[in-house]
Design a protein. Structure first.
Length: 303
């Protein structure tokens, strides 16, 4: 049997917040929306009910008798929904791990390997979230984070996984079309695939040249791409030369889909790291299983 009548459900959340704060401004701050959006939701609810819920004045708002009765019902209902939701989330979190990492790390390193973990841990649900542009690692809502860090965040538990080498790559077909590229001094005759929006810690073309002791030159052509996965895809289809990270393109190098046009390699000082929140609640047994599996993968790389 259909449950009716039901008002616009989002407006109930807004009403409960306004009634609890007795403030449109306070509700807007709590729900992270504008005061105008709060006003529209309250007006929508009042129009649906055909009744006013608040007494309004220039400086304050208060519940009228209808609003007080309705608030008691709505507040209790939302509390019950929140309680039921928390019970489900608590049960789910007991067997779920949330892993946050960069889109590049997720696409090229973690996802190709993670089937191995799932095969050995069928009772664990993995939630992998790709998130770039991290400004504060401590604000990441996850059990484990995997990021390339030049400076380890002081407010996280940091476990180094492996360092990286950075070098140019291109498709074999592109190199055949540009046989003049034989050393680093001839790279400027190629099209550079330029990571236009890198993570802060990542190394771009100017820094790569500088750290190898060479003066940066302007390429003949340049293609700006704001996503590392797209950048490598562009290299794979022969659109130019990209700076690659050894552990993120290893499979493509092994198959020959990508090749190194020159021999210059930059060994980075920083490392890909496993980051964890100190004292985070959750199923630590399940998290520990995933951490141990990650360390085995890193050990295989470092050997």
């Amino acid at each position: 049997m259909k449950i009716q009548p039901l008002p616009p459900l989002n407006s109930l959340v807004v009403f409960e917040a306004v009634a609890r704060h007795l403030s449109f401004t306070g509700a807007a701050k709590e729900l992270n929306v504008t005061q105008g959006a709060i006003s529209r939701q309250i007006r929508l609810l009042e129009d649906y009910l055909g009744e006013s819920l608040f007494e309004r004045s220039t400086r304050e708002v208060s519940l009228n008798p209808v609003g007080r009765r309705y608030y008691g019902t709505v507040h209790l209902m939302l509390q019950e929904i929140a309680k039921g939701t928390e019970e489900i989330r608590r049960w789910q979190s007991g067997r779920q791990i949330t892993v946050m990492t960069s889109s590049a790390m997720a696409s090229f390193w973690l996802l190709p390997k993670v089937a191995d973990f799932q095969r050995m841990n069928e009772d664990v649900d993995l939630r992998i979230v790709a998130y770039d542009r991290v400004k504060d690692y401590s604000r990441l809502d996850c059990d484990i984070a995997l990021y390339y860090c030049r400076t380890a965040p002081s407010d996280m538990i940091v476990t180094p996984l492996f360092s990286e080498e950075v070098f140019p790559v291109c498709s074999r077909e592109y190199l055949e079309r540009h046989p003049q590229i034989r050393n680093i001094d001839q790279l400027d005759t190629a099209t550079w695939l330029w990571l236009d929006d890198p993570q802060t810690d990542w190394i771009g073309w100017p820094e790569w040249f500088d750290r190898l002791g060479y003066e940066t030159r302007a390429p003949r052509h340049r293609v700006n791409i704001n996503n590392y996965s797209m950048l490598i895809q562009s290299a794979l289809i022969g659109q130019g030369i990209a700076l690659a990270w050894s552990h993120l393109v290893g499979d493509h190098l092994e198959t020959g889909a990508l090749v190194k046009p020159i021999d210059n390699v930059l060994q980075t000082d920083a490392k890909f790291c496993l980051l964890e929140h100190p004292g985070r609640d959750g199923n630590q047994y399940v998290v520990r299983r995933f951490r141990e599996w990650l360390m085995e993968q890193a050990k295989a790389i470092n050997e």
